[in-house]
Design a protein around this ligand. Structure first.
Ligand code: ATP
Length: 371
């Protein structure tokens, strides 16, 4: 197994190292070797030294790897001459067609819950965010905004049949897979089909794909109502599929319901590869202080193993993903995980070491879950 590793900037470096150590331990636990890592230099720090935001042969090296793991990229103090932030990541999304942005949102015992309703303890959903087009088609790095006059700028929201059909197919398969794992496996199409032709098309394509998955229960929600429902009754949802910008906003909102950015894992999947990263940035306000919560990166490592299990047809890698997920669950259950992000006493290293010792313990991990 070969991983292209981009640690990036700020806390990205620390949490990527933490995640890789945990991935390696989990693989060891199920009798598998550590992955070979090809470390690619990228980010704001690299840009300030070299004038490049990522090594020039990076795409070929990513092609040669089975997956990419990324810490975080960008520092507000280092920018391109036009003021935009250093973000080779957006180009990688485009180059590798990483259309399916997977953002799990799960409540853990003893982790902060922002809603008083006791049902908030059961929040466990996935927001599937299209990640290559939608309103981000016009993102500044692509230079596609239409500057009409000095007084008007237009950005395009692009929905294509090919990408959206792949996205919806991914969503239905994910819902089905979650039902096999004991979740409700319902799928909600989130759009604004009542106002925008592009998003009516998004829904039309959803309905076309739906016909091939009669076993998956579906629902529909306009994005404004979905924002309300994510606060009012997030426990009622399992998989949500949506346009790029809507997904960007809703996934931060949903992440806030179960803690904060330090818990927000993320996968970006395309046809040939997947990129795995915590959804947070480089957090310059806490970098170098051993304060960052590495769990978003560690849970992204589990998403990567799950993906590789299917891609390489190696079920043991899926077992290794389960080992990580159960270690996090058990750690919170036993109150052994107390990240500083939530007012606890454990920094990046302490949280990582706790997960590593949880994985290395002789007793079966399920025992501490009472399962
Ligand atoms: P980007 O635009 O690259 O996503 P950002 O500037 O929006 O980045 P982050 O770098 O994610 O934001 O940081 C937002 C806030 O969340 C900061 O206060 C940061 O310290 C905090 N934060 C982010 N990630 C973590 C983490 N893993 N552990 C603790 N706090 C974090």
């Amino acid at each position: 197994m070969r991983i292209a590793l981009i640690k990036g900037d700020g806390i990205g470096v620390d949490v990527a190292e933490a995640a890789l150590a945990v991935v390696e331990a989990a693989l060891g636990k199920v009798g598998q070797q550590a992955p070979a890592c090809d470390e690619i230099n990228a980010g704001a720090g690299y840009f300030s030294e070299t004038g490049l935001d990522i090594e020039s042969d990076s795409e070929a090296r990513i092609d040669a790897a089975d997956a990419v793991f990324l810490g975080a990229i960008g520092l507000p103090s280092i920018r391109h001459a036009n003021g935009t932030e250093i973000s080779p990541h957006l180009r990688l999304r485009d180059a590798f067609g990483l259309y399916a942005g997977v953002r799990p949102v799960k409540a853990y015992p003893n982790a902060p819950q922002r809603l008083a309703d006791p049902r908030a303890a059961s929040i466990d959903l996935v927001i599937l965010r299209e990640s290559t087009e939608g309103l981000f088609y016009s993102a500044a790095t692509h230079n596609r905004s239409l500057v009409v006059t000095d007084d008007e700028v237009q950005d395009v929201l692009r929905i294509t049949r090919s990408t959206t059909t792949k996205l919806h197919t991914f969503a239905f398969n994910l819902a089905r897979k979650r039902r096999e794992r004991g979740r409700p496996g319902t799928l909600t199409c989130v759009d604004k089909a009542n106002v925008f032709t592009s998003l009516a098309f998004f829904r039309q394509l959803f309905d076309e794909v739906k016909d091939g998955f009669p076993d998956v229960p579906v629902g529909y929600n306009y994005v404004d109502a979905q924002a309300l429902d994510l606060v009012r009754k997030p426990w009622d949802f399992d998989v949500l599929v949506t346009e790029n910008m809507f997904g960007d906003i809703l996934s931060d909102l949903a992440g806030g319901l179960v803690g904060g950015m330090g818990m927000a894992a993320c996968a970006e999947i395309g046809d040939s590869t997947g990129l795995f990263q915590p959804a947070h940035g480089s957090a310059p306000d806490i970098m170098g202080e051993d304060k960052a919560n590495p769990l978003a990166a560690i849970l992204s490592g589990a998403l990567m193993l799950d993906y590789l299990s299917e891609k390489l047809d190696q079920p043991e890698l899926g077992d290794a993903a389960d080992v990580i997920n159960m270690a996090v669950e058990a750690g919170f259950q036993d109150n052994a995980l107390r990240p500083m992000e939530f007012g606890g006493d454990m920094g990046t290293r302490a949280v990582t070491n706790q997960i590593l010792s949880q994985i290395e313990e002789k007793r079966p991990l399920r025992a501490s879950l009472g399962a």
